[in-house]
Design a protein around this ligand. Structure first.
Ligand code: IMP
Length: 195
């Protein structure tokens, strides 16, 4: 397959996705590799819209195959909030500790702690759009635990475990994460197209 761009400038994410897709540095390019410096505003009202905005903007400007991901945390007792607002839940500073504290306060005294991370990957391939979704179900802990990971990891306990994402080894989290599930679906799709 010809070059594919992952619309991310997060080197860590790009490496993780290269591994899942089994592609090397010449086959899967990051935004840095294509000299894309411009910030693309996420103005959509759903994860899918935001992921598509990113992929479309880059595909149209650079005439390349590209995919983007957008993810969020959906909490059942809060009608699936913060969802598309996950990164900026406690304000535009996008601070992980502020976000977690706000969520723990919102769930104070709430016994239904069910939550899920959902990732949407939007691929523009030969000008056609394809969407892949990945979900990891779990619950919101009563307090923060662990030092690993990022974002809401210290308060998210995946189903089947009694440790938060921030306490689990990165390799365990990455195998079951919403992002890896969505990217793995795209991998299977790409493999089926390439015969
Ligand atoms: P993004 O679309 O991957 O940038 O994710 C949006 C926001 O969701 C991030 O800023 C994090 O707060 C949160 N988030 C996404 N994925 C994870 C994860 O794997 N662990 C913890 N928080 C996450």
């Amino acid at each position: 397959m010809s070059e594919l761009v992952f619309a991310s400038s997060n080197a860590h994410k790009v490496d993780e996705v290269r591994t899942i897709l089994g592609l090397d540095k010449t086959q899967l390019l990051s935004l840095k590799d294509i000299n894309w410096l411009e910030e693309i505003e996420e103005t959509g009202s759903t994860l899918t819209e935001n992921a598509l905005i990113k992929s479309r903007t880059i595909a149209d400007a650079k005439k390349i195959n590209v995919f983007s991901d957008d993810s969020g945390l959906e909490v059942e007792a809060l009608n699936m909030a913060p969802g598309v607002y996950t990164a900026r839940y406690a304000g535009p500073q996008k601070d992980a500790t502020d976000n977690m504290n706000k969520l723990l306060n919102a769930l104070d005294g709430e016994t239904n702690r069910k939550a899920r991370f959902r990732a949407v990957v939007a691929l523009v391939l030969d000008d056609e759009e394809h969407i892949f979704e990945g979900i990891v179900n779990g619950r919101i802990a009563l307090e923060k635990k662990g030092n690993g990971g990022f974002g809401y990891d210290p308060i998210f306990i995946p189903d089947g475990y009694d440790k938060s994402f921030a306490e689990l080894p990165e390799s365990v989290k990455n195998k079951m994460s919403h992002r890896s599930r969505a990217v793995d679906k795209m991998r299977r799709f790409l493999e089926s197209r390439n015969g």
